[in-house]
Design a protein around this ligand. Structure first.
Ligand code: MF3
Ligand code: CO
Length: 290
């Protein structure tokens, strides 16, 4: 890392002197780095102004999810959900990040039952009693990105699927408790994977979470199957998602060759996912969107 004088401006762009800004944090990062740990590059550590912008984006993202929560029910199509997301997001002065992202054709991902993630909304898919659905919403506001998803149980859902949904939600918030400076991404993954295994479930390995804020997907890539004490060091100013996909059966997944997006479980059993976007603060984890 580049050496900066204590009285020079901090590299984070705050305008403050280095000694009054990231100097102390950099010393601690350096100690971990010397021990051979994976430490975050400066490019993914946000300054105050960036954090404030990302928080505003996250508020809109959460509001759009709230709107979906108030209206989702049996009989609506996933295309209806897509229309709600587009119009609500634009009404709030923002833009849906998925739309045209790497060719994704819609404004939101809607993933039902054995669809693990990246389900494409369609007028032909009508929500029915007993479905579990993940609605994954991502927002661009003033060039700042936010991302969160929730599960919804439609009508009368089987106890087995309800439990999968609830355990997956608990896993995310258990993971959140591990978010604090100088912990590691693996600490989050371990508690999530442990809870899933205790319940006879498996965690998807190939798809994970991600850094986010200035871009839709930034470093780090976030696994939920790594071990406690391993993987990237958590440092104040990092922002990433906690979004494990937990399967009732095998962790193995299939990528659709037909549409290039839809991911399903290899055994056809249900999968659940909740996603929160989290900021590492000086003391813990702050939710940016949920
Ligand atoms: N929202 C998803 C995530 O959590 C990304 C979806 S990319 C899309 O990372 F193009 F499918 F929208
Ligand atoms: Co995400």
């Amino acid at each position: 890392m580049e050496k900066i004088g204590r009285n020079d401006p901090c590299w984070c762009g705050s305008g403050k002197k280095y000694k009054k800004c990231h100097c102390d944090i950099d010393e601690i990062i350096e100690e971990h780095s010397i021990k051979g740990e994976i430490v975050p590059p400066r490019s993914i550590i946000k300054n105050k102004a960036q954090i404030n912008g990302i928080i505003e984006s996250g508020k809109i993202n959460t509001a759009v999810l709230d709107y979906v929560a108030q209206n989702i029910r049996a009989g609506v199509s996933t295309e209806d959900i897509d229309k709600w997301v587009y119009s609500k997001t634009v009404e709030l002065g923002a833009y849906p990040a998925p739309l045209n992202y790497e060719g994704f054709p819609k404004s939101v991902c809607t993933s039902i039952d054995d669809v693990v993630c990246h389900g494409i909304p369609s007028p032909n898919v009508i929500l029915k009693d007993g479905d579990i659905i993940n609605v994954d919403i991502s927002t661009i506001y003033n060039n700042y990105f936010s991302d969160a998803s929730r599960m919804f149980c439609i009508g009368e859902v089987s106890p087995e699927k309800k439990k999968l949904v609830e355990i997956t939600r608990q896993a995310v918030y258990l993971g959140l408790e591990q978010v604090k400076p100088w912990n590691h991404l693996g600490d989050i993954a371990q508690v999530i994977n442990d809870l899933a295994k205790e319940n006879g479930y498996s965690v998807v390995r190939e798809i994970g979470g991600h850094g986010i804020g200035l871009e839709f997907h930034e470093d780090p890539w976030v696994s939920y199957v790594t071990k406690k004490g391993t993987d990237m060091l958590l440092v104040p100013g990092m922002i990433f998602t906690i979004e494990p996909m937990i399967n009732m059966g095998t962790y193995k997944i299939i990528h659709s060759e037909e549409d290039g997006w839809t991911v399903t479980t290899a055994d056809g059993k249900p999968s659940a996912q909740w996603e929160i976007q989290v900021l590492v603060t000086e003391t813990g984890g702050q939710i940016i969107s949920h």
